[in-house]
Design a protein around this ligand. Structure first.
Ligand code: TYM
Length: 331
């Protein structure tokens, strides 16, 4: 059976990259009747530093954003990763199958580790925990942005190693990457980089909580090039193409249609069109997010219910893992 599983880190406010790249696609899969599980990856956030209070409030805010994007807690399962202890338990078993060499060679690890004097072991284990997140539910399809593709390869490799060592327990999970470019939304300030929560420049990303004025300002300041024409050439003209892409995603267009609307406009004029489209797209999400943020009791209730369902599913899978590995049965 197919099962869609994905996670979001509570390390910063969610932006349009998270929304188009993961959140909105989860909601679409839910609408198509898929079995969707979404969690807030609070354990992953420990690879960076965060105050306890901040972690807690960001976790709740991220959950609110998932609901605001349209995930329905009656149809899909929404929970906080740490509420299901099986993630960490399976992570340990998988960590004993992963090799240091393989993990230390992953580009994301190398880049991050290069900026640190003391590299926590948890950073190395980051993709192993991510594999556990998926496998503990026998996840088959993982909607993510392109930046997560390599982590999914680690998960697939761990499935193979597990099978060789102990026997079949998991299907091989696949990254669900879209073909509309929503898996790689770029920074508005440096289109060679992805839009990211951790970019020090807040103008590099549009948040789901940004007001219309802020959205307009950020789009106006978006870096393009000295050619005032609007064309779609993601390789050669990443900046303006990123705007075309955002326009398309906000309005459900293909690039040719967006370019039609841009006809006769300079890139500066076109930015107003893009900003309007994004404002319309973000406004309803922002409104729901605002309502939900004021209802922490409701959020806690949804998360409690989601965690109970997730725990039952994880226990079922773990029973098989225990049987194969010689751990005592615990159900
Ligand atoms: P995170 O929290 O960085 O991002 C959440 C989701 O948003 C996607 N994303 C983007 N998509 C398109 N363009 C962008 N600029 C962009 N930036 C982010 C990410 O690819 C992701 O899908 N390691 C994960 C969280 C995680 C996870 C998992 C995901 C933990 N366990 C298991 C899937 C399955 C992360 O840090 O995502």
């Amino acid at each position: 059976p197919r099962r869609v599983v994905t996670g979001l880190q509570p390390t910063g406010e969610l932006h349009l990259g998270n929304y188009f790249g993961a959140l909105r696609r989860c909601v679409q899969l839910q609408e198509q009747g898929e079995d969707v599980m979404v969690f807030i990856a609070d354990l992953h956030s420990f690879t960076g530093r965060q105050e306890a209070g901040e972690r807690q409030s960001r976790t709740l805010q991220a959950a609110a954003a998932v609901l605001a994007a349209g995930l329905q807690p009656e149809r899909a399962v929404l929970f906080v990763q740490s509420a299901v202890a099986r993630h960490a338990e399976l992570c340990w078993l998988l960590a004993c199958l992963a090799t240091h060499a393989r993990l230390a060679h992953l580009p994301q690890y190398k880049e991050k580790a290069a900026t640190m004097k003391e590299v926590p072991v948890g950073l190395l284990l980051y993709p192993v925990l991510q594999a556990a997140d998926i496998l503990v539910y026998r996840g088959t399809h993982v909607p993510v942005g392109a930046d997560q593709a390599q982590h999914l390869q680690v998960a697939a490799q761990l499935v193979r190693t597990f099978h060789h060592r102990y026997g079949r327990a998991f299907p091989t999970p696949r990254a669900l990457l879209p073909d509309d470019g929503s898996d790689r939304i770029r920074s508005l300030r440096d289109p060679s980089k992805k839009m990211s929560k951790s970019d020090p420049d807040p103008k590099s990303r549009i948040l789901l909580t940004d007001s219309d004025d802020v959205i307009r300002l950020k789009i106006r300041k978006a870096v393009t090039d000295c050619n005032p024409q609007v064309t779609f050439d993601p390789e050669g003209r990443a900046g303006v193409s990123n705007l075309v892409r955002l326009h398309c995603l906000a309005r459900g267009l293909v690039p040719e249609e967006a370019l039609c609307e841009a006809e006769g406009l300079t890139s500066a004029q076109y930015k107003e069109v893009v900003a309007r489209a994004l404002c319309e797209c973000v406004a309803p999400v922002r409104a729901r997010l605002c309502e939900l943020a004021a209802r922490p009791r409701l959020l806690h209730e949804v998360l409690r219910h989601g965690a109970a369902r997730a725990r039952r599913r994880a226990d079922e899978v773990y029973e098989r893992v225990a049987e194969l590995t010689g751990l005592p049965p615990r159900l």
